[in-house]
Ligand binder design. Structure first.
Ligand code: SF4
Length: 353
């Protein structure tokens, strides 16, 4: 991995979430959230397993009704990675999630209700050793902040909530300061890092579909992470949540903060291409998923830049008019007929494992 150009991490207070450390000198943790009805135990467990296989380290599930709360003990019993209960409106569901053995709560200060409700939840969380994330969203701020400028309102909401937690001597806490505007997320999280050592979960809320949502999330998070800010992340997408995890690792790997996947270098393709680079690169990306993260596979559409890039990779292909050149660690291995490309690629990728 190339030398990191990011600033040193800003050390926050460390929190333990069901055996996974977050904050302090722990790696930036990757989270996602299920999209199933939590009450549907089988569907939720299937998705949690898919997310865990993709590399998610913490998974959030909504606990929005009695069916979800009823399902929690069964889901927790069958799940190896820490689960977070996402709670809005009904603080009693938070109490039920704690009883069920949840690893962490996420509550929204804008809608969780009275101070007494919060006190009750904090007391139960404290007794059970369950950390709480104060999840502030610009879109659901309490009405008392409505006349404030958005970033100031987000910070003030988190500060007020944290003050109450402090009064209750509850320190096992994280915050998230979210907006659907990446620039507001950057401003809010930067300001927070200056005034508090409470670990931050980063996210751009309602970021959008796969491409737009990834781009908007990465725009905000990469700035913050490069400044050493951020202890856990979620790239929220209107897409399969496995894509959230994939995108998060690609971003963290690009910033030198985590190992991710073997890198597939693919030329952007142009009129010179002698093979369908787009289809081939997608196929190679799937095949290369299980390779060690330091491996590089290059898929190049022609001989202009092809041989140079292909030579620099652990495995490279550069397509010519009738033949395709295969390189292994810089050495030309062979030239094959295009008809044999799929088979040879598969064999060579297996060899890199
Ligand atoms: S490697 Fe060849 S096909 Fe790919 S973008 Fe460059 S010139 Fe075009």
């Amino acid at each position: 991995m190339s030398e990191s150009v990011t600033k040193p991490r800003i050390l926050t207070r460390q929190v333990n979430i069901g055996g996974v450390s977050v904050g302090g000198d722990a790696p930036v943790r990757v989270q996602s959230m299920t999209t199933t009805k939590t009450g549907d135990v089988e569907a939720t467990l299937t998705q949690i397993r898919e997310l865990a296989t993709a590399g998610a380290e913490i998974v959030r599930v909504t606990v929005n009704d009695d069916a979800a709360a009823d399902a929690l003990p069964k889901i927790i019993a069958e799940t190896k990675i820490p689960l977070v209960a996402d709670i809005h409106y009904q603080h009693t569901l938070a109490l039920r999630a704690i009883d069920a053995g949840i690893a962490k709560l996420r509550i929204n200060p804008g809608n969780i209700g009275s101070k007494d409700n919060i006190k009750e939840v904090v007391k139960a969380a404290s007794d059970a050793g369950v950390p709480i994330r104060i999840g502030v969203n610009k879109g659901s701020l309490h009405k008392r902040y409505k006349d404030m400028e958005p970033v100031a309102a987000i910070i003030q909401s988190a500060t007020d909530e944290l003050e109450l937690f402090d009064q209750l001597n509850f320190k096992d806490v994280l915050v998230s300061l979210k907006s659907s505007e990446p620039m507001e997320v950057i401003q809010a999280c930067r300001q927070w890092a200056k005034i508090s050592d409470v670990p931050q979960h980063l996210g751009v809320t309602e970021a959008g579909t796969l491409l737009a949502g990834t781009s908007r999330s990465v725009a905000a998070m990469s700035v913050l992470l490069a400044e050493g800010i951020g202890d856990t992340i979620r790239i929220s997408l209107a897409a399969d949540p496995v894509e959230e995890v994939n995108a998060a690792f690609h971003m963290l790997q690009a910033l030198g903060l985590r190992d991710g996947f073997a890198r597939v270098v693919a030329c952007p393709t142009c009129g010179r291409a002698e093979v369908d680079v787009v289809a081939l690169a997608a196929k190679v990306e799937k095949l290369a998923k299980d390779l060690p993260s330091d491996k590089v596979v290059a898929v190049m559409g022609c001989i202009v830049n092809g041989p140079g890039e292909a030579k620099a990779a652990d495995l490279g292909i550069a397509a010519g008019k009738s033949k395709v050149a295969i390189y292994r660690k810089g050495e030309l291995l062979c030239s094959i007929d295009k008809a044999d490309l799929d088979r040879v690629l598969m064999e060579e990728i297996e060899r890199l494992k």
